[in-house]
Structure formats: structure tokens, C-alpha cells
Write a protein that binds this ligand. Structure first.
Ligand code: IFM
Length: 450
């Protein structure tokens, strides 16, 4: 038995998302998304790339699925593109889009690979953005209709549903920090968007329960532990506490406790933030019972008090820990703390790690290999913590590496490579990286030695 062994039915997977991989930007009747618009504005993407072609998954999904099978992975997480299903966000459905996803899902099933479909992974139809996007409360209804269409059209082929991917990033990076589509810079606007995303999540779960479908449904939250940079400085200790509220508790309290943390809202209000209007029934909508809770996590943060960073007044500092190519710090012990904190505070029936992984500057060497020891070490260290969490009685049922293939990494463009599989964007040639071969052995042996 391996030193770190996992249950036989542990769900080993890899993840992806529509805009980051599909390409086919104008193909098959797809409408424009906010990312199509945003990525074409000069200066928005670090390397000037966009997702027009990405990994061309649209035309190469069979090859990708055969690689998943070759590696022995049990599950594939992908997202549906809202504007590929409803080019205008609502109204007439695009049959070609539906048929495309049916072909992909059938191919996964034929290869014995489970599908986890994210309903929203950030590519909002531009037509809905033109009507206010996530800041317009009507979006909850638009989203519910879109989710219901997916349940009806694809439900017989899907094994797991994920409603909204990382509401905090879509809301904050897109509406407060201006780094993601649609590119706004207004915290109050971002908080309103977050409230509507959580409502959309809840409305989609509620609608799902009416369908009679048996697949599991959950959400994926972007989370990380926030520690004080200097534990002896009371201002840093307070900054870390506020960042836990901002990053994690705002979302999890809403989903699991049916309320936003009052102390956080009071604090924001006192600092001039306009709070979202929370109407009767909103919190009930948000706090639907979930079949699993998805954690997406990459690093932990060490934060200090920062008087310039309104309205949270906290910012992260770098430590001496090893870093990935994006400067994200390896913090496996923080990953354990995060799983434990989630379990202790919210008691989800089941946790699935729906994203975890490392960016690298990977290339194919002269012998045709992609040597990525940094990623292998990252995966190993983080999986040791998953193993420890399972041993501590936390129900972690699966682990999805972000990402299956290198892909379009949002504001970082195509240069930050997260894949288990290298993609040459000029030729679309795929090369399995060394870390993927290692992971494949881990899956085969249900574990690994130190
Ligand atoms: O690429 C993203 C993904 O779309 C959402 N979670 C984080 C990943 C890495 O930044």
C-alpha cells in the first residue's frame, strides 16, 4: 500500500473552462461574450492574447478526451459557454451549441470519464452585459432560464453540475479591480454583482431539484487562508480577520448559514460602501442544500494592514516560500488549514477540490519532453495535505487539477501555463507533461510514496 493512499472511489479529475479552451469564437452560432469583448481591448491582457482560438477544444475535443483516458483520469470538469447556448443570453436557443456539448459529453461517457459541467465560468453574453450584467437583478431569472435549458438539453449526459465558478473572482476582479471582464472599478458594484451571482447559484440549485435528475449539484468557491504577516502586530491580525471575511466568509456564510456576516457589512457601510439591497427571500434562495461543496484554491495569503486599500485596508505581502511562475506561493499547510476551517465552520456533506494546480513556463525540449518538476512537487505537496485531511475525518471526495491543457489564463493571456498537457498554440500540438505521467501513476495506484 502506498504511503499516501486514497480511497478506491476517489474522483481524480482535471478541469477546464469554455472561454479558456474552446476557441471557435465566432463558430457555430455562438454570440459574443464579455471576454470576447474585453480581451480585444489593447492593454487588457498581459501578452496581448485572446481566446479566439485558445486550445481549439471545439475541434479537438476527441483528441483531448483520448489523452484524459490515456492518463487514466476519472473525471473532466468543463463549462458550458452561455453565449454558445443563448447567443443573446436569453430568447432563442442555439441548437448547434447544444449539439456541440452533447457530442463532447457523449465522447466523455464513451471513454468512461465522468463529466462535471460548470454552468457559468465567466463568459457572460455581451448582450446581457449591455443590459447591466451582474449588476442587474434580472440576471437571476436569466441565469435560471439558462440553467434550466442546460438541465433539459444535457441533463441525461452530465454526472456533476457546478453552478457558478468563483463568484468572488468574477465579481471582484471584474467589477472592483478592473482586471477581468467587464473591467469595472467600483467595490459597491462588485458587491452587488456578488449578491446576484449567489442568488443565481441558489436559483439554479432550486430549479435543478424540480427536474428529477439524479446527478449531484454544487458550486465552486475560490478560497484561501489569510494569515497575519506579523502575528505580533494587532493591526495585521485584524487585517487577516477582515480578509477571511472578504475572501471566504461572505460567500460561505451566505450559502451555508443563509446570512452575510453582519460585522463585515457594518464595517463596509461605515467606510462608505453602498450595500446590495437584500430583499425578503434572497438569503433563502442562496442557501440551498448542496450535494457537494467545491473548493478552488492555489495559495494562502499573509496580509498586513494597508491604509491605502479601501475598503478592506489589507494587502498581501510576499514571503520566502517557493513560488510558481505567477508568483503564487506554495503553502500546502495552508491548504490543510483551509479544508479543516471549511469543515469545522460549515460542515459540508462532501467537499470536492474542484481546482488546484500550478502555473509554469513550460516548453517542449529537444527530446520532445516537457519536464515540469515544479508542478509535480506542487501536486505532491498539496495531495499530501488532501490525504492528511481525509485522515482527519474530512470528507474530501475528489481532486481536479487545474488545468487539463495549457489554456487562456484570463488577464495573463496564453503565457501562464497551468496544464498537465502542453499546448503549442501555433500548431495546436499536445504534449503530455512529466507531471501528468506522475499523476497518472498516482491514479493507477490510488496513491503514492513520499
Ligand atoms: O484559470 C483560472 C480558472 O479559470 C479559475 N480559477 C483559477 C484559475 C487559475 O487562475
Amino acid at each position: 500500500m502506498p504511503a499516501y493512499s486514497f480511497p478506491k472511489d476517489f474522483l481524480w479529475g482535471a478541469a477546464s473552462a469554455s472561454y479558456q479552451t474552446e476557441g471557435g469564437a465566432g463558430d457555430g452560432g455562438k454570440g459574443e461574450s464579455i471576454w470576447d469583448r474585453f480581451s480585444h481591448i489593447p492593454g487588457n491582457i498581459a501578452d496581448g492574447a485572446n481566446g479566439d482560438a485558445a486550445c481549439d477544444f471545439c475541434h479537438r475535443f476527441e483528441e483531448d478526451i483520448s489523452l484524459l483516458r490515456r492518463l487514466g483520469l476519472k473525471a473532466y470538469r468543463m463549462s458550458a459557454s452561455w453565449p454558445r447556448i443563448f447567443p443573446q443570453g436569453a430568447g432563442e436557443i442555439n441548437r448547434e451549441g447544444v449539439e456541440f456539448y452533447r457530442r463532447v459529453l457523449k465522447c466523455l461517457r464513451d471513454n468512461g470519464i465522468k463529466s462535471a459541467v460548470t454552468i457559468y465560468h465567466w463568459d457572460l453574453p455581451q448582450a446581457l452585459q449591455n443590459r447591466g450584467g451582474w449588476a442587474n437583478r434580472e440576471i437571476v431569472g436569466w441565469f435560471k432560464n439558462y440553467a434550466e435549458a442546460l438541465y433539459a438539453e444535457l441533463g441525461d449526459l452530465v454526472d456533476m453540475w457546478i453552478t457558478v465558478n468563483e463568484p468572488i473572482i468574477a465579481a471582484m476582479n471584474g467589477h472592483w479591480l478592473g482586471e477581468h471582464a467587464p473591467g469595472y472599478r467600483d467595490y459597491s458594484h462588485a458587491l452587488l454583482a456578488a449578491h446576484h451571482m449567489l442568488m443565481a447559484h441558489g436559483a439554479a440549485v432550486k430549479a435543478y431539484r424540480q427536474t428529477g435528475l439524479k446527478a449531484e449539484i454544487g458550486c465552486s468557491m475560490n478560497m484561501q487562508m489569510e494569515y497575519p504577516a506579523n502575528p505580533d502586530d494587532s493591526r495585521d491580525v485584524e487585517a487577516a480577520r477582515i480578509m477571511m471575511l472578504h475572501q471566504n466568509r461572505f460567500y460561505l456564510d451566505a450559502v451555508y448559514k443563509g446570512r452575510y456576516p453582519a460585522e463585515f457589512l457594518d464595517r463596509l457601510k461605515a467606510r462608505g460602501v453602498t450595500l446590495p439591497a437584500v430583499l425578503d427571500g434572497d438569503m433563502e434562495t442562496i442557501s440551498q442544500k448542496l450535494d457537494f461543496f467545491g473548493i478552488n484554491t492555489y495559495f494562502s495569503e499573509y496580509v498586513r494592514y494597508d491604509e491605502t486599500r479601501w475598503p478592506v485596508f489589507a494587502s498581501a505581502v510576499k514571503t520566502e516560500r517557493p513560488k510558481t511562475s505567477l508568483g503564487w506561493e506554495l503553502c500546502p499547510d495552508g491548504f490543510f488549514d483551509l479544508m479543516k476551517w471549511t469543515h469545522d465552520n460549515y460542515r459540508p456533506d462532501k467537499i470536492v477540490i474542484t481546482e488546484n494546480g500550478a502555473a509554469g513556463n513550460d516548453w517542449v525540449n529537444s527530446s520532445g519532453r516537457v519536464e515540469d518538476p515544479g508542478r509535480r512537487e506542487y501536486l505532491k505537496q498539496y495531495l499530501i495535505e488532501v490525504n492528511r485531511a481525509i485522515g482527519a475525518g474530512i470528507n474530501i471526495a475528489g481532486y481536479f487539477v487545474w488545468s487539463f491543457c495549457d489554456n487562456f489564463e484570463w488577464a495573463q493571456g496564453l503565457s501562464a501555463r497551468f496544464g498537465l498537457v502542453h499546448v503549442d498554440y501555433k500548431t495546436q500540438r499536445r504534449t503530455i507533461k512529466d507531471s501528468a505521467y506522475w499523476l497518472s501513476d498516482v491514479v493507477k495506484n490510488s496513491g503514492f510514496d513520499a
